[in-house]
Write a protein that binds this ligand. Structure first.
Ligand code: XBP
Ligand code: MG
Length: 241
């Protein structure tokens, strides 16, 4: 199999971001005088639902009960999520969320090998831009042939929509690509799109069901294992971390 493109998930894969998301949610709740506090254990449960707006809706309906729903619930959720995104992008701008070890090297080596790169994520576009501008520099967008994120598709992961969107942009068949994901939701999305998928776990996703994954890695600290699994030449050099 000649890989023509690697499609990257963002949160949990390119960077270990969910703790920062969790803190940003809680800051948005506090500044809106809501006594909600998503601790690590609760957030781990709420990650069952992808998309920040959908996650807030899930929390209210399934954890607080519909009685907690304010008037104009959609507008309320949208406002809260905008506040949360402002807190999250501020943390990104402070350089507090680095790319995971091995990611920058993989991106550089894949590009050097002529492999196209793409993004398929449920997070918001401003979050992708903030993370990758800090991690890859101002011209980060030139690294990616397609950037599928947020609300551009009607159904978020585990639905395959975002992967179908990216394949369309790449004008490639699923068999020409591989995906790198961190979660069961992400794996179900990429497999439903017919894409061979590798998993790199984190503390929120370790222990999830990765049935169907081509391989599961704790991390890419030694990308040689990943390179061997996907048929890339071993890393030639360490790209600056
Ligand atoms: C992870 C998600 C996102 C983030 C929060 O996305 O499900 O919702 O948790 O980001 P992925 P937003 O793993 O697909 O990158 O609040 O912007 O949704
Ligand atoms: Mg993810």
């Amino acid at each position: 199999m000649v890989i023509k493109a690697i499609i990257f998930d963002v949160d949990g894969t390119l960077a270990d971001t969910e703790e920062a998301h969790r803190i940003a949610f809680n800051r948005a709740f506090a500044e809106n005088s809501l006594d909600w506090n998503w601790d690590v254990a609760l957030y781990g449960k709420l990650l069952k639902v992808t998309g920040g707006k959908e996650r807030i809706q899930y929390f209210v309906s399934d954890f607080l009960g519909d009685c907690a729903k304010p008037e104009n619930f959609d507008g309320f959720v949208k406002h809260l999520h905008q506040a949360k995104t402002a807190h999250y992008t501020a943390m990104l701008a402070d350089g507090r969320i680095p790319l995971r070890p091995g990611i920058k090297q993989l991106i550089g080596d894949a590009r050097a090998a002529g492999i196209r790169l793409a993004i398929a994520t449920t997070t918001s576009p401003e979050n992708v831009a903030g993370l990758l501008e800090m991690g890859l520099g101002k011209d980060w967008e030139s690294c990616f042939a397609a950037n599928g994120c947020g609300d551009i598709v009607p159904h978020k992961k585990p639905a395959p929509d975002i992967y179908h969107w990216v394949l369309g942009k790449l004008r490639l068949a699923p068999a020409d690509c591989i995906a790198l994901e961190d979660s069961e939701n992400g794996l179900r999305a990429s497999l439903a799109a017919g894409i061979k998928t590798y998993i790199t776990t984190n503390h929120y996703t370790r222990g999830q069901d990765f049935t169907g994954a081509a391989a599961v890695f704790d991390d890419l600290n030694d990308p040689g294992d990943f390179y061997h699994a996907v048929g890339l030449a071993p890393p030639t050099r360490n790209h600056p971390a």
